[in-house]
Ligand binder design. Structure first.
Ligand SMILES: Cc1cc2nc3c(=O)[nH]c(=O)nc-3n(C[C@H](O)[C@H](O)[C@H](O)COP(=O)(O)OP(=O)(O)OC[C@H]3O[C@@H](n4cnc5c(N)ncnc54)[C@H](O)[C@@H]3O)c2cc1C
Length: 418
């Protein structure tokens, strides 16, 4: 039986499109005919890219290090080294999408529009005559004895020499990423680690004061304790919302919370509203302020360092009278207050779920692929790229960088080997 395609890429998200482009370009450079198709269940391609970065698409970050990711760091390092942030900048410039750096180090299209990213990727596929077949949801993938892959999709069956799984994880399922690639990989013998929402806002218990603080954003230090041990500590911006907490630092730590919960471990998020200052330093500051300004109210003193509404909420939370004079606090009151200010237990009830998650933590273990080619170590001729793999980056363009880099490695390798 002759295959319909040399290569079928399953999923036309960031990773699938990048893989298709790099495979087709490599084949063209080698003057080889490579019959490729990209299959996607969605009706319209690019939905997730379009909503990314608030509609501006944070394409990458000017400094990308393995430490910016969770997963097997040595393997991640090797993959990122093959296609780094500078390579992404050059690639996008060649695609007609120049990038600009923002103060945070995040890189966005100069156009400030994710549409230009989707349009450029689709245009390049078109130039390379790579068809993107929409409404082609694949329900099963098997390997015949001949080594050919058989793909059952909603319009029929295709046979292919090589298949690349680029089906993503489960974040924002309405874009088509429903986790079906994991089932396909599992049926072919791969394992899948526990998968949970990551880069996701967190819901606080109702009796907390978050709703009255909605809209306030401030730098904090967040420490994550799992079964009593610190697994992560980072400083960044926290945003109070009507449901709980969000903002970059919360999004970044959320994967530790969701994963610990999924594993049934006790997990706590502790917040220091004075990043860089510990309990003794803050207590010393309060004592010094009290002796220098004996009539100053607690609300006023704290309000000079924290947003007013938060200062007030923390004073109340500590069981202290709103109009209390700082110098008149008892030692016990002062210590309870300092504890609230430097080691505040965020009473997280749950995460906001897949519909609000930007990425997935967990997936197919990186140890099950060859990082030089992205080919499966278990199934010859199958490769995996992007979010389907057990690797998740922090907020800031790192997850797209993972999609481009894995697509580059897989696309070039497959074109060279078919
Ligand atoms: C709201 C939001 C904002 C984000 N912003 C950023 C950002 O600014 N910067 C950044 O770096 N990252 C961002 N991310 C993360 C980033 O978008 C993802 O990590 C990245 O898109 C993953 O790419 P992927 O190609 O691996 O998977 P996906 O983009 O999820 O693509 C998978 C594709 O496979 C298709 N598919 C799935 N199953 C099947 C099947 N059985 N048959 C056929 N097709 C199938 C799906 O329809 C989908 O099109 C954001 C994510 C979200 C949700």
């Amino acid at each position: 039986m002759l295959p319909d395609y040399d290569l079928v890429i399953l999923g036309a998200g960031a990773a699938g499109l990048a893989t298709a482009i790099f495979a087709a370009e490599t084949a063209a450079q080698r003057q080889r005919a490579l019959h490729i198709a990209v299959l996607d269940s969605a009706k319209k391609i690019g939905a997730k890219i379009l909503v990314s970065g608030g509609g501006r698409c944070n394409v990458t970050h000017d400094e990308v290090r393995p430490d910016d990711f969770n997963g097997s760091r040595t393997i991640i390092r090797n993959i990122l080294a093959a296609f780094d942030a500078q390579a992404t900048v050059r690639w996008f410039a060649a695609l007609g999408v120049p990038l600009k750096r923002e103060e945070t180090g995040k890189l966005f299209p100069v156009s400030d529009s994710a549409r230009t990213v989707v349009a450029a990727l689709l245009r390049r596929c078109d130039e390379l005559t790579v068809p993107i077949l929409t409404q082609h949801r694949v329900s099963d993938l098997t390997v015949e004895q001949s080594g050919l892959f058989v793909l059952q999709h909603e319009q029929g069956t295709y046979h292919a020499r090589r298949v690349i799984l680029a089906t993503g994880g489960k974040s924002l399922p309405r874009t088509g990423s429903v986790g079906s690639g994991w089932d396909i990989a599992k049926r072919l013998g791969h394992s899948v680690t526990t998968t949970v929402p990551a880069l996701v806002p967190l819901v606080l218990r109702e009796k907390m004061f978050h709703a009255q603080l909605a809209g306030i954003s401030l730098p904090v230090e967040l420490a994550t304790f799992v079964t009593g041990k610190v697994v992560d500590r980072r400083v960044g911006s926290l945003l109070w919302t009507h449901f709980g907490v969000s903002g970059p630092v919360v999004m970044d730590v959320s994967r530790h919370w969701t994963l610990a919960r999924a594993h049934g471990h006790a997990v706590e998020l502790r917040c220091n509203f004075f990043p860089g200052r510990d309990f003794p330093q803050l207590e010393k500051w309060l004592l010094e302020t009290a002796s220098a300004r004996s009539r100053v109210s607690l609300r006023r003193a704290l309000g000079e360092r924290l947003p007013d509404r938060l200062a007030e909420a923390l004073i109340q939370w500590s069981g202290i009278e709103g109009e209390a004079i700082l110098s008149q606090l008892t030692r016990e009151q002062r210590r309870v207050l300092v504890h609230s200010l430097t080691n505040f237990l965020l009473p997280v009830e749950r995460d906001r779920g897949w519909n609000f998650a930007e990425v997935t933590a967990g997936g197919v273990p990186l140890e099950e692929i060859n990082f030089r080619t992205m080919e499966s170590r278990l199934v010859k001729g199958l490769s995996l790229v992007g979010e389907i793999l057990d690797c998740d980056g922090r907020i800031g363009g790192f997850n797209f960088q993972w999609a481009w880099a894995t697509g580059y490695v897989a696309g070039r390798a497959v074109a060279a080997s078919v």
